[in-house]
Design a protein around this ligand. Sequence first.
Ligand SMILES: [Zn+2]
Length: 114
Amino acid sequence: MHELSVCQGLMQQVERVAAAHGATAVERIVLQIGGLSGVEPPLLERAFEIARAGTVASGAELEIRTGPVVVQCQECGGKSAVPANRLLCNYCGEWRVRVVEGEELLLLTVEMDM
Ligand SMILES: [Zn+2]
Protein backbone atom coordinates (compact mmCIF):
# COMPACT_ATOMS: atom_id res chain seq x y z
CA MET A 1 0.00 0.00 0.00
CA HIS A 2 1.51 3.27 -1.24
CA GLU A 3 -0.36 5.24 1.45
CA LEU A 4 1.47 3.45 4.25
CA SER A 5 4.90 4.63 3.12
CA VAL A 6 3.48 8.13 2.60
CA CYS A 7 2.11 8.00 6.12
CA GLN A 8 5.33 6.73 7.65
CA GLY A 9 7.23 9.62 6.05
CA LEU A 10 4.61 11.93 7.46
CA MET A 11 4.92 10.49 10.97
CA GLN A 12 8.67 11.17 10.83
CA GLN A 13 7.91 14.82 10.03
CA VAL A 14 5.35 14.97 12.86
CA GLU A 15 7.80 13.42 15.31
CA ARG A 16 10.48 15.95 14.31
CA VAL A 17 8.05 18.84 14.83
CA ALA A 18 6.96 17.44 18.22
CA ALA A 19 10.55 16.88 19.34
CA ALA A 20 11.54 20.40 18.26
CA HIS A 21 8.80 21.81 20.50
CA GLY A 22 9.37 19.40 23.37
CA ALA A 23 5.77 18.16 23.07
CA THR A 24 4.67 15.09 24.99
CA ALA A 25 1.82 14.21 22.66
CA VAL A 26 0.30 15.25 19.35
CA GLU A 27 -3.45 15.84 19.47
CA ARG A 28 -4.34 16.70 15.93
CA ILE A 29 -2.74 16.60 12.51
CA VAL A 30 -4.11 18.49 9.51
CA LEU A 31 -3.00 17.50 6.04
CA GLN A 32 -3.65 18.94 2.64
CA ILE A 33 -3.65 16.50 -0.24
CA GLY A 34 -3.65 17.70 -3.82
CA GLY A 35 -6.11 16.15 -6.25
CA LEU A 36 -3.24 14.77 -8.32
CA SER A 37 -1.08 13.50 -5.46
CA GLY A 38 -2.22 9.92 -6.13
CA VAL A 39 -3.14 9.47 -2.48
CA GLU A 40 -6.63 8.22 -1.56
CA PRO A 41 -7.83 9.91 1.66
CA PRO A 42 -9.70 6.80 3.01
CA LEU A 43 -6.58 4.65 2.47
CA LEU A 44 -4.42 7.30 4.08
CA GLU A 45 -6.69 7.31 7.14
CA ARG A 46 -6.34 3.53 7.46
CA ALA A 47 -2.57 3.78 7.02
CA PHE A 48 -2.49 6.47 9.70
CA GLU A 49 -4.12 4.08 12.20
CA ILE A 50 -1.18 1.73 11.63
CA ALA A 51 1.62 4.29 11.34
CA ARG A 52 0.72 6.25 14.47
CA ALA A 53 1.04 3.24 16.82
CA GLY A 54 3.86 3.69 19.27
CA THR A 55 4.62 7.25 18.17
CA VAL A 56 4.11 10.58 19.88
CA ALA A 57 0.94 10.85 17.75
CA SER A 58 -0.61 7.55 18.86
CA GLY A 59 -3.71 9.37 20.17
CA ALA A 60 -3.89 12.00 17.45
CA GLU A 61 -6.81 12.84 15.24
CA LEU A 62 -6.20 13.17 11.52
CA GLU A 63 -7.96 15.73 9.37
CA ILE A 64 -7.51 15.54 5.62
CA ARG A 65 -8.29 18.50 3.40
CA THR A 66 -8.38 18.06 -0.31
CA GLY A 67 -6.56 20.81 -2.14
CA PRO A 68 -7.45 22.18 -5.56
CA VAL A 69 -5.84 21.27 -8.85
CA VAL A 70 -4.56 24.38 -10.61
CA VAL A 71 -3.10 24.43 -14.11
CA GLN A 72 -1.43 27.16 -16.10
CA CYS A 73 -2.11 27.34 -19.81
CA GLN A 74 0.89 27.26 -22.15
CA GLU A 75 -1.15 29.03 -24.81
CA CYS A 76 -2.80 31.99 -23.03
CA GLY A 77 -1.00 31.85 -19.68
CA GLY A 78 -4.26 31.75 -17.69
CA LYS A 79 -4.45 29.84 -14.44
CA SER A 80 -7.51 27.63 -13.89
CA ALA A 81 -8.76 25.50 -11.02
CA VAL A 82 -9.88 22.28 -12.70
CA PRO A 83 -11.11 18.78 -11.79
CA ALA A 84 -8.31 16.19 -11.57
CA ASN A 85 -9.73 14.29 -14.54
CA ARG A 86 -10.09 17.31 -16.83
CA LEU A 87 -6.83 19.20 -17.16
CA LEU A 88 -7.85 21.89 -19.65
CA CYS A 89 -7.53 25.68 -19.68
CA ASN A 90 -10.80 27.28 -18.51
CA TYR A 91 -10.20 30.31 -20.72
CA CYS A 92 -9.31 28.90 -24.12
CA GLY A 93 -9.82 25.12 -23.78
CA GLU A 94 -6.16 24.38 -24.47
CA TRP A 95 -4.89 21.00 -23.25
CA ARG A 96 -1.21 21.96 -23.15
CA VAL A 97 -1.18 23.04 -19.54
CA ARG A 98 1.29 22.79 -16.69
CA VAL A 99 0.16 21.66 -13.25
CA VAL A 100 1.09 24.38 -10.74
CA GLU A 101 -0.82 23.00 -7.77
CA GLY A 102 -2.34 19.61 -6.94
CA GLU A 103 0.58 17.21 -6.65
CA GLU A 104 1.46 18.25 -3.11
CA LEU A 105 0.96 16.58 0.21
CA LEU A 106 1.34 19.20 2.90
CA LEU A 107 1.48 18.98 6.63
CA LEU A 108 -0.60 22.05 7.51
CA THR A 109 -0.97 21.84 11.28
CA VAL A 110 0.37 19.78 14.15
CA GLU A 111 -1.47 20.47 17.41
CA MET A 112 0.56 19.43 20.42
CA ASP A 113 0.22 18.87 24.09
CA MET A 114 3.14 20.52 25.90
ZN1 LIG B 1 -5.60 29.05 -22.19
